[in-house]
Design a protein around this ligand. Structure first.
Ligand SMILES: Cc1ncc(COP(=O)(O)O)c(C=O)c1O
Length: 438
């Protein structure tokens, strides 16, 4: 794939800079080299010398070996991340996704920073971007729309993107000379936010082939990948070791078209602000240059802490940790689905989630999720009206009969009670406003 045809002007123009080149050249010099070139604060001035982490189970991890903390408090963390952590994440992705082509890894400050960096590297104001019809509202509202992108929303159903619809959409966009043709697809393939859907490998393959035909870059934002489960309560949880291998766009990629974003936010905690990009070495090189000028990399101290934790856990510990998390989400999703099954009949349709954090419901008697808000208030429950996740969010004529139920945070009992209250709110709405089924 010809990467430069996809880069924004900024993405193409980024340079390492003369100072950085000098530092890189002399950085690994002999031990008697006296460095007078850098504006680094001396380590003796740092107030912290080591770090100790206490895990939720009481295990203590001291992060002071080999001056790790000291060196991570300095500038100069490679822009792509602290090598021991990068290597661990790279090995994880290699094992789980088995990329077909050469890839490299860059640690980021969470998926959000990865995404904003990619938008800067690949899209100009006014460019077209393909997104799922409903997409991650935070990115939509805080980046995609204010950055002046023209959003083309691709049709989805309970199985995610619909390849045949995507194909026809692109065919018609191709013949529309009034707008730039989209060169990038942003997609959330597993436990999609907000629809909760996960796309099958068969569909993914079709989508990949369509993108290939039209030379479209795929940004695969997959923070819910490690939160998947089989719905039967007795089914074993996959953890790490039993997750099916090769289930991503990255796994299919033969020509460096896929940029995958992972995150520790949902499986460790959002406050760590650690995510990672896996993409062709040429893309990762652009990311590194971008970070050099914008963030100077993700927090080094936190990277050292997380690397120490992962080293202590090993694969077996990470596997058990993931199983525990998947079990937590499965129990909450089951509570949401049970309450929905029992009480939403005739009011809404939904699909029991098997990944992620969201139950997406289509309202049968309200034209728009916002119509139900006063009734939710009455029953002391709140779910998110679907319009916030739609590219037409600011269109006052747009009607969107969906609600997103986030089941991740409350206890299973509270989730169950919340969905029951939601059903009461919908029932009251129907009684008072009558049915305006769409
Ligand atoms: C699709 C998607 N991407 C990214 C994020 C944010 O992830 P991070 O905390 O790694 O920035 C979220 C969180 O809600 C999300 O749903």
């Amino acid at each position: 794939m010809n990467l430069s045809a996809h880069l924004s002007r900024l993405g193409r123009d980024l340079q390492a800079g003369e100072l950085r080149k000098l530092i890189t050249e002399f950085g690994g010099g002999s031990s008697d080299m006296i460095s007078l070139h850098a504006g680094l604060p001396p380590e003796a001035s740092f107030p912290l010398a080591s770090m100790s982490l206490t895990l939720a189970d009481g295990t203590r991890i001291d992060v002071d070996e080999t001056d790790v903390v000291k060196s991570q408090m300095q500038y100069m963390v490679p822009q792509t991340g602290w090598p021991p952590l990068t290597a661990w994440l790279e090995a994880l992705t290699a094992e789980i996704h088995r990329p077909a082509g050469a890839v490299a890894t860059a640690v980021t400050s969470g998926s959000t920073q990865a995404m904003t960096m990619l938008l800067a590297l690949f899209l100009e104001r006014g460019d077209s971007l393909l997104v799922e019809e409903f997409t991650y509202s935070h990115i939509l509202e805080c980046s995609l729309l204010p950055e002046g992108l023209q959003l083309h929303f691709a049709a989805v159903d309970e199985g995610g993107l619909i390849p045949s619809a995507l194909r026809s959409q692109l065919e018609s966009l191709k013949s529309d000379s009034s707008r730039p043709f989209p060169r990038t697809l942003y997609t959330i393939p597993v436990g999609q936010n907000p629809t909760g859907s996960s796309i099958s490998m068969a569909r993914r393959k079709e989508v990949y082939d369509i993108c290939r035909e039209h030379d479209i870059l795929i940004i695969e934002d997959d923070p819910y990948f490690y939160i998947q489960w089989r719905p039967e309560p007795e089914a074993p949880l996959p953890g790490l070791l039993d997750l099916e291998r090769g289930q991503s766009y990255l796994s299919l990629d033969r020509d460096g078209r896929v940029i995958r974003i992972d995150s520790l936010s949902k499986i460790m905690s959002p406050g760590l602000r650690i995510g990672w990009i896996t993409a062709s070495p040429a893309v990762v090189e652009r990311c590194s240059l971008y970070s050099n000028g914008h963030t100077l990399g993700a927090c080094g101290v936190m990277q050292a802490g997380v690397a120490a934790l992962l080293r202590r856990w090993g694969d077996a510990g990470f596997h058990s940790h993931l199983q525990r998390i998947q079990g937590i989400y499965r129990a909450k999703a089951a509570a949401a689905a049970r309450a929905a099954q029992e009480s939403l009949g005739g009011l809404a349709v939904f699909q029991a989630p098997t990944a992620g954090m969201f139950l997406w419901i289509r309202l049968l008697h309200a034209r728009d999720g916002r119509d139900v808000v006063p009734f939710m208030r009455r029953y002391n429950v709140v779910a998110v009206p679907g319009f916030v996740s739609h590219p037409r969010i600011h269109d006052p004529t747009f009607e969107c009969p969906y609600l997103r139920v986030g089941f991740s945070y409350p206890s299973p009992e509270a989730v169950y009670e919340g969905v029951k209250r939601l059903a009461q709110a919908l029932e009251s709405h129907r009684e008072e406003k009558g049915s305006c089924a769409t």
